[in-house]
Write a protein that binds this ligand. Structure first.
Ligand code: CA
Length: 222
């Protein structure tokens, strides 16, 4: 994830740059509006953090020009506390969000997460519990990188267990989630399926991850 920081005040620029680098972002910093526009036009940034009061070309002008060219890179505007009108104008012109100076690093990070989330929406959220990985998009389940061939019911059970790691899933929960109804207390259908699932998930592996909680249900150990 690469972020362009446009800020002419060295202390603020270095505060943002240092913090974001520690968070694992790649950062480029420029100090005037004209250079910023050049950089945005020729690079594909995940986000631009843009001060409004800048030498050579104002932040507003940068936003207007960027949006006129249909460049959709998210822009987070930094404004001084008194400049209420500025931030309204900035949003009207096509900025995505603003942050009023002075701001805390946590605030900045929260805005960045919200603005860049869109970009990663298409990536499926792979569930991970211990050595087990489940990809909801492909419905693939792996343990230690090894693909497990599961039936639909087994997949539904492991998914439920993985969404509740270290918590007991009762037979009722499993029945409702996987079959859509509660089983008679005496039914052993769930246990039969769990036994088959266990053979695929735990056989040949250590530690054993699917634990039986007697008379209650099952638990997936982290
Ligand atoms: Ca400034």
């Amino acid at each position: 994830m690469t972020i362009l920081v446009v800020e002419d005040e060295p202390t603020i620029a270095s505060f943002i740059e240092k913090g974001l680098k520690l968070e694992g972002f790649a950062i480029q910093t420029v100090t005037d509006g004209e250079t910023a526009l050049d950089m945005i036009e020729s690079n594909d940034y995940d986000l631009v953090i843009l001060d409004l009061m800048l030498p050579k070309m104002s932040g507003e002008e940068v936003i207007t020009s960027v949006r006129e060219q249909h460049i959709t890179t998210p822009i987070l505007v930094l404004t001084a506390k008194t400049m209420v009108d500025d931030k309204v104008t900035a949003l009207d012109n096509g900025a995505d969000d603003y942050l009023t100076k002075p701001f805390s690093f946590e605030e900045l990070l929260a805005r960045i997460r919200a603005l860049t989330r869109r970009g990663v929406v298409l990536e499926p959220n792979v569930l991970k519990v211990g050595e087990i990985e489940l990809n909801p998009a492909t419905r693939e389940v792996k343990r230690s990188g090894q693909l497990l061939t599961l039936t639909k019911k087994e997949y539904a059970i492991i998914e439920l267990l993985m969404r509740n790691p270290d918590r007991v899933c009762t037979r009722n929960m499993i029945g409702e989630h996987v079959w859509g109804f509660e089983f008679d207390m005496m039914s052993n259908v769930i246990d039969v399926h769990i036994a088959r699932l266990r053979r695929k998930v735990d056989k040949g592996f250590n530690p054993k991850l699917i634990r039986t909680i007697r008379d209650v249900g099952y638990r997936l150990q982290k």
